[in-house]
Design a protein around this ligand. Sequence first.
Ligand code: ARG
Length: 467
Amino acid sequence: MAGGKKVQGKVERDKKLWGGRFTASTAESVEAFTASIEVDARLYRHDIAGSIAHARMLARRRIISSRQARRIVQGLKSIEREIERGAYPFSSADEDIHMNIERRLIQKIGRVGERLHTARSRNDQVALDLRLYLREELRAIHEALEGLKREIARTAKRHLQVIMPGYTHLQRAQPVLFSHHLLAYAEMLERDSERMRACLERVNVLPLGSGALAGTSFPIDRSYVARQLKFPRISKNSIDAVSDRDFILEFLSAAAILFVHLSRLAEEMVLWSTEEFGFIEIPDRYCTGSSMMPQKKNPDVPELVRGKSGRVFGHLQALLAVMKGLPLAYNRDLQEDKVPLFDTVDTVKGCLTMMRDVVREVKVKKERMRAAAQDGFMNATDLADYLVRRGLSFRSAHALAGKVVRFCLDHGCRIEELSLKELRRFSPRFEKDVHAFLTPEASIRRRRAPGGTSAVNVRRRLKELGV
Ligand code: ARG
């Protein structure tokens, strides 16, 4: 051809790996618009691991020679090192991570690299990469969840006997152990862990071998690839395997629920650290000041955790909207799964770690909590329970205790400040043991039925949680 090598070389470089049927090259604006490399570059390790397993399988089935497979595998490994060193020339002209690596492979080992994509499509390739990625991240998230749960349990154990007011409607309700209140979050996180584990089971399915959508005519060995990549199962329908992203939706849902929990814990930390509550102090290291008001110390970390729940909920909504009504099988819309997925993974891991650190270092002001637990007629239920133990029905006891509260409100005193004589004016069933019955300590100690706030229960649960 006239013009010689140079022009040829340029044409070769500009030519897309899929460019055979095209006569004009892609508009630059379209290249920029469709490229996902900036987002999906993080899949490189998974892409390479999948390609190595695929190449080995192709050789086993004599679809390519063993020598070709060896060169491909070596090439892929050297690309991985190159990326790790930060020396890899990513290019948006190659759209995504899959094309970038394939192009680089061909540059490095020559035309034998072109054999790698036999019996494979980017559609089953990207589905594989996403599953490998999420599988790994789910394990990390599981660890992080356990880390926060453990720190919550340890903090509970350190302050096992600290008494605080328990709330309903954000009104003081009944005294509880601070440790019991904290362990409520351990329970939520345990269920979050279970949800992540259940999600992993459905993530852990090999989609490779589905081709673009219809499967492949080459005599591939999917079970071999599954074993290489440690997938216990392989997908059963090629159309489903390339078009389904419900394993991501499931993860995003589990993450959204987790963030409901994290945001509630964060909110309580914000609330408890106010002057008004004064139950805890968040160490300076986890707070920031105001640029204008010199006295301020703001609980930014829990506030941001609470705030970041917004983006996690949004990511779930975003992917639901992408998937809704999408015709089978693969559509380019699916490329939009990555930002929600990656950002959720990062947000979940980041917030779990920050919350773990704050929980570990939080200062508990037990005198303030104990004092608050003495106020607000929180022993009114105990007063009613006392009368029930003396033979009254609960409804009558409730009414009678209500009258006592009314009386105290009118006289500006607490129930336990009434003398036995005064109490007996409401009912002759009151005996001299009534005052001991009404302390927050006694109230908590009696709540021994499984799941209740007594220290016996809390201690047992802490043991189960391994602290
Ligand atoms: N970057 C694409 C994605 O993330 C890879 C699959 C492309 N497949 C295709 N037919 N264009 O979805």
